[in-house]
Design a binder for this molecule. Structure first.
Ligand code: HEM
Length: 424
């Protein structure tokens, strides 16, 4: 894609089988696609033969989900408390697996094993009011299916073979994983229905079921159980692999760049110390940590091509940067290319958190850092969450050699060093 952009410019059209695909590169063109309403659609996929309903329905559902994720995130148990709970369980698992401080941390720790269900627990506490033990085999099996499902949904639209002959390609596996995650979600929704008290919703599923009940006589209502399953599926699948990859790559970059790790550790020790866990309110006092997270997000570009856009069902031709696009085109944003453009970053291949610091050592935002997308279709975080998590995103290498939505490292094992004291 980088080569195509270099040769032919910001807008490149290709055919994948008979499907037109438009590759969009460069800040200006990427922002234009993200801003303009005509590009807010999502392409139909093999597993979703029909579109996700009308654009109006999507807008209503997106607004509702955003509002309630935000409200519930600041409900009785705050996001911060949930994150702290997860951290403490990860710390104790690392201690156990590595052999602990007393024996000098002799054993290798496989990052994937100690993160386990943590990758979904924070979100799941808000959506379904539930957290799972990190090593719970049941949830890990469901998560495994969610990750495989996500990775099989190729951003580029799938190979020509799987388009022409779905049953020869990845389609049967896709359907298997999707069904497994759906069954898990349907069971969760069934249990919620049995114990629902509309006056006191416990989580997002309760809030949604209450809205369904409120609107049951409204023929135009888009609130239905099938849609609730789809929304939960989107959150579960989109939220688990991306966050997981981010965590894995954060650790990987700290291992690869020990001098940066030392400075991060030094700032954390000075500002927070080792007697308490970090809090969102510390964020402004940790500019080097912030800059390091921005650099991790840039270098890794976990979602290298974002999530494909489609042109909303309009009959007239749509123009982009002087080109007329076919109305059934899949539009792909080259976020990886944007984050690695030498014209923007100078030395994009170097890992240099300092590029996000000003001359006074303050963290600065860069308009070309768009790891979560931009505008109307950006990742489904309430703004406050993005602020909370801005200090925690990453990416990596192609899994199974397949380009998908998320770049990920398949295996990472680390050894703790002496002095790696975990507090609490
Ligand atoms: C490392 C963390 C993450 C990264 C880098 C990331 C990145 C992205 C990107 C680039 C897009 C496409 C934006 C566009 O089309 O312009 C997207 C969409 C989306 N993300 Fe994420 N994401 C992350 C975590 C999450 C989490 C935790 C959730 C669950 C709450 C989530 C849910 C979604 C959803 C539902 C969409 C589709 C939004 C829509 O079509 O309206 N993502 N994400």
């Amino acid at each position: 894609m980088a080569e195509a952009a270099r040769r032919y410019g910001a807008i490149v059209g290709i055919f994948n089988g008979n499907e037109p695909v438009i590759l969009v590169s460069g800040l200006e063109a990427i922002k234009e696609v993200s801003y303009r309403e005509e590009f807010s659609g999502r392409p139909k996929t093999l597993i979703q033969k029909s579109d996700k309903g009308s654009y109006e329905k999507w807008k209503v559902q997106r607004r509702f989900t955003l509002r309630h994720l935000r409200d519930l995130g600041f409900g009785k148990q705050t996001l911060e408390e949930i994150v702290h709970e997860e951290l403490l369980e990860i710390f104790s698992l690392v201690e156990k697996v590595s052999g602990g401080e007393k024996t000098g941390w002799p054993n290798l720790v496989t990052v994937h094993d100690v993160i386990g269900s943590s990758r979904i627990n924070v979100l799941w506490c808000i959506v379904a009011g539930k957290r799972y033990s990190i090593s719970d085999p049941f949830i890990n099996e469901v998560l495994d299916c969610a990750v495989k499902l996500f990775r099989l949904c190729e951003s580029g639209g799938g190979s020509i073979i799987s388009k022409l002959f779905p049953f020869l390609g990845t389609f049967p596996r896709l359907m298997h994983y999707r069904k497994r995650v759906q069954t898990f979600l349907m069971e969760e929704i069934r249990k919620h229905k049995e114990s629902l008290d509309s006056n006191s919703p416990r989580d997002f599923i309760d809030v949604y079921l209450t809205e369904m009940e409120k609107q049951k006589f409204n023929k135009q209502s888009t609130f239905e159980e099938r849609q609730l399953v789809e929304t939960c599926l989107d959150l579960f699948v989109a939220g688990s692999d991306s966050s997981f990859s981010l965590l894995v790559f954060s650790i990987l970059f700290m291992v690869l760049y020990p001098d940066v790790q030392l400075q991060v550790q030094d700032e954390i020790d000075r500002i927070i110390g080792r007697d308490r866990l970090p809090s969102l309110s510390d964020k402004a006092s940790l500019p080097y940590v912030e800059a390091t997270m921005s650099e991790i997000l840039r270098r890794s570009s976990v979602a290298p091509l974002g999530v494909p856009h489609a042109i909303l069902g309009c009959s007239k031709d749509v123009k982009l940067q002087g080109y007329i696009l076919p109305k059934d085109a899949r539009v792909i944003l080259n976020l990886y290319g944007l984050h690695h453009d030498p014209k923007i970053w100078g030395d994009p291949d170097n890992f240099r958190p300092e590029r996000f610091l000003d001359e006074n050592g303050k963290h600065i935002k860069h308009e070309a850092l768009l790891p979560f997308g931009f505008g109307k279709t950006a990742v489904l975080f309430p703004e406050e969450w993005t602020q909370r998590t801005q200090g925690s995103k990453v990416g990596g290498a192609m899994d199974e050699g397949r380009p998908g939505y998320v770049i990920t490292e398949t295996f990472l094992a680390v050894r703790c060093l002496e002095g790696s004291t975990m507090q609490k």
